[in-house]
Design a protein around this ligand. Structure first.
Ligand SMILES: O=C(O)CC1=CCC(=O)O1
Length: 96
């Protein structure tokens, strides 16, 4: 199942810089592991915002929920999820 996910990060202004850097490093490692697994298809920065748009390809909404809630930055993110399916005008064979 494909999901469009928009994540907006709101780190507290008084969060210790070293803690913020550690959270971002863990987030990056998890994101890249999930990309290698094929579950996190890609991630794009939204220009001018501390936010991203990502495409996930997972088995179920429950699996996506598990992934998102385990992200190190999850406590500091506003997340919006949209389920996607094939459009009849797409010239691609598969879902992606
Ligand atoms: O910087 C962001 O948009 C938050 C984020 C999600 C995965 C990642 O590596 O960074």
């Amino acid at each position: 199942m494909l999901f469009h996910v928009e994540m907006t990060v709101n780190l507290p202004h008084d969060l210790d810089g070293a803690i913020a850097d550690a959270l971002k490093a863990k987030e990056k490692a998890m994101c890249q592991d999930l990309q290698r697994s094929g579950k996190w298809v890609n991630i794009w920065r939204i220009v001018g915002k501390y936010a991203n748009v990502s495409l996930f390809n997972v088995e179920s909404p429950a699996e996506l929920h598990e992934i998102l809630t385990n992200l190190p930055l999850f406590p500091f993110m506003q997340i919006e999820v949209k389920a996607l399916c094939r459009h009849y005008s797409s010239i691609k064979e598969g879902e992606i």
